[in-house]
Design a binder for this molecule. Structure first.
Ligand code: F6R
Length: 364
């Protein structure tokens, strides 16, 4: 049931404030100051390394989480694509936790990677949407994302719920290791609880993103740029766009621009730049200027402070609500989804059932 929406994808995008509220509520203690895990819980105190493995959008959630675990918990993190990891015979050192992220919990490569880690890693954790799935059952601890059934082939609400659970795990790791005090943890959790209302405000930008999508639908190729936490999100934005609109899209870390991809820039190349006004903003603005100096058309997705600083040179500027820096990957997923959605709608493609794709990839 599409509940009055034109597509499952738009319904699932719109559900995010509600499902995010649910997943946050599920992991928070009654007084909202501590994190509770299901079953017997888990303690990161004796874990020195984290290996995260997934495919597609779930892999981009892991890439984002690497920044969180490193910065907040000070933990070395390795992130890999399941199909590469499983055949590389990577050594798993002691005190390593292996963490698998999968919406369906049935992705063949991710499951094979999990089985490879059995008996090698200290513990096997998973972040899944389907609690009865193979990946959930074969983990020492399965962490549900509470997104509810996701019907649209392109993952939307599962991605933001995966990010939320991974952020909570990074906070828990930092707290377990004594890098976050009780008060700091409570403050972070209180920030997180206000995220769903910011997501709601981002959803209200639907009209401007529909306008941007209409313009993008005429492009042959689109480049996505991001720095820091916005880099994995640039990858996710490009994946979403190619999946449902069939427009060729690529993502680069902004700093890589001059190492090759800048050669692609001309007036027919839209460049989507996601950049909240954070510590890295000035560097991103200078990358943007390099693009504009070569007639590239920039779609800038930023907040009010960023928009004021960037001036009005961008082709299109989308002004997002503000959020604490650590939470921007979850918030900025919304315009990535809506931009891909509206571009696909403008092109008239089958948004919920894109060609050649299956919702669950249970064969290699
Ligand atoms: C993209 C998408 C895919 C999945 C990938 C992993 O929108 O949905 O890239 O993320 O196939 O699937 P799960 O999470 O079920 O393991």
């Amino acid at each position: 049931d599409k509940g009055g929406y034109k597509h499952f994808m738009s319904k699932e995008i719109a559900e995010q404030p509600r499902v995010l509220t649910e997943v946050i509520g599920y992991y928070l203690s009654d007084d909202a100051t501590r994190i509770n895990l299901p079953e017997n819980g888990f303690d990161f105190k004796t874990i020195d390394r984290l290996t995260m493995v997934a495919c597609g959008t779930a892999f981009y959630a892991c890439l984002t989480a690497k920044y969180w675990f490193e910065q907040i918990a000070g933990m070395p993190v390795e992130v890999d694509i399941a199909s590469e990891f499983r055949y590389r015979e990577p050594p798993i050192t002691e005190r390593t936790a292996a963490l698998f992220v999968s919406q369906s919990g049935e992705t063949a490569d991710t499951l094979a990677a999990l089985r490879y880690c059995e008996g090698k890693a200290d513990s096997i954790l998973s972040v899944v949407n389907v609690p009865t799935s193979s990946i959930a059952r074969e983990s020492n601890l399965a962490l549900p994302i509470m997104a509810g059934p996701e019907i649209g082939v392109a993952s939307t609400k599962a991605f933001t719920c995966q990010l939320t659970v991974l952020y909570l795990m990074a906070l828990k790791a930092a707290h377990d290791k004594g890098r976050l005090s009780d008060t700091e943890l409570a403050d972070r959790l209180s920030e997180l609880r206000s995220l769903p209302s910011a997501v709601n405000a981002a959803l209200a930008l639907d009209k401007s993103l529909a306008h941007a999508g209409l313009k993008l639908s005429e492009a042959q190729d689109v480049l996505f740029l991001g720095r820091g936490l916005m880099y994995p999100l640039a990858l996710e934005g490009a994946l979403k766009l190619k999946e449902i609109s069939y427009i060729h899209a690529e993502a680069y870390a902004s700093g890589e621009l001059k190492h090759g991809p800048i050669a692609l820039i001309d007036k027919s190349m839209p460049v989507v730049v996601k950049a909240p006004r954070d510590a890295l903003f000035e560097k991103t603005v200078s990358n943007m200027q390099e693009v504009m100096a070569r007639d590239g058309k920039v779609i800038l997705i930023t907040d009010a402070a960023g928009a004021a600083e960037a001036g009005d040179e961008a082709w299109i500027t989308i002004v997002m609500p503000t959020a604490p820096a650590a939470l921007t990957p979850i918030l900025y997923a919304i315009p990535a989804q809506l931009l891909a959605y509206h571009t696909a709608v403008a092109k008239g493609t089958d948004v919920d059932q894109p060609r050649n794709l299956a919702k669950s990839v249970t064969v290699e």
